[in-house]
Design a protein around this ligand. Structure first.
Ligand code: MOS
Length: 754
């Protein structure tokens, strides 16, 4: 007798008491706002020492002297870890066996590869002593001129961009498309280096017990971190226990274990005591990744009716001198707009900086601000309203591959967003609108897009004789709400009320949930949880249906439905039995089953899978001072199944604020002489504060996607930033008539064009 496990695959609107789709408040919210949620650095194991990094003030060269004696003389200093005094590693820190891996600076030599690189670690009884000891090292250097900026060196075509995409993609004949175009634009845009700046700095507390290692550290990918640490220290990954229950943000920077975290583990090994190492804010501008700056040239052409004839998107990006991460900035042009010819090309230069990394919609954020601006320029050049232009050039199938979309409610996003914003009647020309104070008013829009990715993850489901259930998965909540949304999926999968389900995550001794990144965590781990839930319910149903004493005996092909802790016969809902009774009668304290979530290669081969959205922005610009205020934004997004509307709204609002940030605020400024970042702090590296954030609203557009995964989830983690930055930039143009081509947009770009 095969139990019917379709019971967990009914679409949400056919279910009763669905936990999925409820706008639940974050379950960890109270803990966080009352300070009771322990972050990594809150841990103080007995006998713990403090480690502080000494970091390089040059960007290239060698350390020629460290006053180790002075540091060691300082009261409380226990040891100073340097290239000549450190534990041996089992593996080359510069070996790179997969793209999900940093090459690291682990005091392997006296060489300096970028500013803020660790050059020594001082370990002391107190944080103050370690800090003072690090200052006493007074390093001396032999400095070489730093190679910085997008023009630093000879460019080359990277072997691949992002996670293995080709650097150059050609579809059709772009040169012919441009030559035959009635209207054409050719514009170059520049975006700056940006740093993730999660509120919680990277921190680690490491404690060795023989060849077993226990660490508290914020992680977006515990299993990968276990592998990396295991390799470096020559111990099996399962010897490493990582606890990461709460993260104060990650934005990509905690996806890969970083050099400073490994240095904390090395320090603990060196002194034989637990060690805490927490990065200072300025020390995060180097070893933990950042978004590459870019220079992007877009050449677009249309026919007389405003239909695209060609899209060419070239991107120049940077990477470090020693590692290989290449921002896939131009890839966003592959999927959104129908054009008979599309060409994207990346070239890179190597500079003396830390290695760039994925950050908040890597590729799409950087590329979409340029594409959105270019589309706006192209629409104006062809005399068409940008919304109408986007709709008439909207790709009905994925342009290069020709694949149908698994679902694509972008036109509904355009329509609903425009209606809510009040886009109709927008003057085509810039500088046409003023408010009652005389400020220039502009309206702009952008198109949001992000791939619906899935990585691989696992979950284990338990049902217990006391009527409760548990779901275990090593998932990561970096602030996005995973521990709430995934618990909802778990409750749904187990057919239990949420308060009867123990949801365990954030620890590496639970089933590997893969990486929280690529906006794929809810889709991936949600699918694993769904499958684990279905599997354990199937076991339970099997127990009942085989037992003559159960009202479910012989339910057979009709199957059962799991609801509120009871199994009901599908053909006779009144005949039901509680989970607890089934297990008790069978003499079982609990039963368990596992589930996995991963992309379905067959579905992926057949369909293009992306989330979409439309963002509309209003800005007001002081005509005399050039000061820009974003005053209103509306984002309409279609991302498949919405697991928790409250959390999703919060994610999307956050993403739109990142968009404002990209357009107007964020920029790391490098001193061309020293190669040092001049604003490595949150005072001068600007991020939006409340006063910078306008009135915003989010619409989620219904989208049923039967192909992405069993639950129809596409993910919302990163899409909010895409479209938003471009919408702001286009609104600035519409207000002022000045086309921003350099980001963040500066007042000085506007005042000259009054
Ligand atoms: Mo995201 S940049 O994949 O954490």
């Amino acid at each position: 007798m095969t139990p019917d496990i379709r019971l967990n695959q009914a679409p949400a609107h056919q279910r009763h008491g669905s936990n999925i789709g409820q706008p639940l408040t974050r379950r960890d919210g109270i803990l966080k706002v009352t300070g009771k949620a322990p972050y990594a650095a809150d841990h103080h194991p007995k006998g713990m020492l403090y480690a502080v990094l000494a970091t390089s003030s040059i960007a290239r060269g060698r350390v020629t002297f460290l006053d180790i004696a002075a540091a060691k003389r300082h009261p409380g200093v226990v040891d100073v870890m340097t290239p000549s005094h450190k534990p041996a590693l089992a593996e080359d820190q510069d070996a790179k066996t997969n793209p999900f891996m940093f090459k690291m600076e682990l005091l392997q030599s006296d060489a300096v590869r970028y500013a803020n690189q660790a050059i020594a670690v001082v370990i002391a009884e107190t944080l103050e002593a370690a800090t003072e000891g690090a200052a006493l090292l007074a390093p001396q250097y032999q400095a070489l001129p730093a190679r910085v900026g997008l023009d630093a060196d000879e460019s080359f075509v990277p072997p691949a961009v992002g996670l293995g995409h080709p650097a150059i993609v050609e579809h059709g004949d772009t040169e012919a498309g441009l030559a035959n175009a009635t209207y054409a634009i050719d514009a170059t845009y520049e975006t700056p280096a940006q740093y993730h700046n999660p509120m919680e700095p990277h921190a680690i507390i490491a404690e060795w017990d023989g060849d077993k290692l226990s660490i508290d550290t914020p992680s977006q990918g515990m299993a990968m971190a276990q592998m990396r640490i295991g390799g470096l220290f020559g111990i099996p990954p399962e010897n490493i226990h990582i606890r990461s229950p709460f993260l104060g943000g990650g934005f990509g920077s905690k996806g890969l274990i970083s050099g400073p975290q490994i240095l904390g583990i090395m320090a603990a090994r060196l002194v034989g005591r637990p060690v805490k190492l927490v990065l200072r804010r300025d020390q995060m501008y180097g070893p933990v990744g950042h978004r590459s700056p870019s220079r992007q040239r877009l050449r677009l052409g249309t026919d007389a009716a405003g239909r695209l004839t060609a899209i060419e998107h070239q991107a120049r990006i940077v990477t470090s001198t020693f590692d290989d991460f290449y921002e896939p900035a131009a890839d966003v042009s592959h999927t959104l707009f129908a054009s008979p010819a599309i060409r994207t090309a990346h070239e890179a230069v190597r500079i003396d900086s830390g290695t760039p990394l994925f950050m908040r919609a890597p590729g799409e954020a950087t590329g979409s601000i340029a594409l959105d601006a270019a589309i706006d320029e192209m629409a104006f050049a062809s005399g068409v309203d940008p919304l109408e232009f986007r709709i008439s050039n909207d790709a009905p199938v994925e342009p290069i591959t020709g694949k149908p979309f698994s679902s694509k409610a972008l036109r509904e996003c355009y329509a609903q967003g425009a209606a809510r914003f009040g886009w109709a009647g927008r003057p085509l020309k810039p500088r046409q609108m003023r408010d009652d104070k005389g400020f220039l008013v502009g309206w702009g829009m952008g198109t949001a897009t992000f791939p619906a990715l899935m990585f691989a993850g696992n979950a284990r489901a338990l049902l217990r004789a006391d009527g409760t259930g548990a779901m275990e998965t090593g998932a990561h909540d970096m602030g996005q709400g995973a521990s709430t949304a995934l618990a909802q999926v778990a409750a749904e999968g187990l057919g239990l009320d949420l308060d009867r389900v123990e949801f365990k995550s954030g620890s590496s001794d639970l089933p590997d949930a893969g990486i929280a990144g690529g906006s794929a965590h809810t889709a991936t781990v949600g699918t694993a949880i769904h499958n684990a839930g279905a599997a354990v319910i199937a076991k339970l149903a099997d127990l009942a249906m085989r037992d003559e004493r159960s009202p479910l005996f012989g339910a057979g092909n009709a199957g059962v439905v799991a609801r509120n802790g009871r199994l009901h016969r599908r053909d006779d809902d009144a005949r039901s039995e509680a989970y607890a009774d089934i297990l008790t009668r069978a003499g079982l304290a609990e039963i368990e089953a596992s589930g996995t979530g991963a992309a379905d290669p067959a579905a992926q081969a057949e369909y293009a899978m992306h989330a979409h959205g439309a963002v509309f922005a209003e800005v007001k610009v002081d005509p005399d001072l050039g000061q820009i205020r974003v005053t209103r934004m509306i984002g309409a997004f279609a991302a498949g199944r919405i697991v928790n509307p409250k959390l999703v709204r919060s994610q999307l609002l956050g993403g739109m604020i990142w968009g404002v940030s990209f357009a107007l605020h964020e920029q790391a400024v490098t001193d061309g002489r020293s190669g040092r970042i001049m604003n490595a702090n949150l005072a001068e590296y600007h991020v939006p504060v409340n006063a910078d954030v306008p009135s915003m609203d989010v619409l989620t557009v219904h989208e049923h996607d039967p192909h992405v995964n069993a639950l129809g989830i596409k993910g919302v983690g990163e899409i909010g930033i895409t479209g938003s930055a471009g919408a702001v930039a286009n609104a600035v143009w519409h207000a002022t008539g000045v086309r921003p081509r350099r980001f963040p947009i500066r007042i000085s770009d506007l005042v000259t064009a009054r």
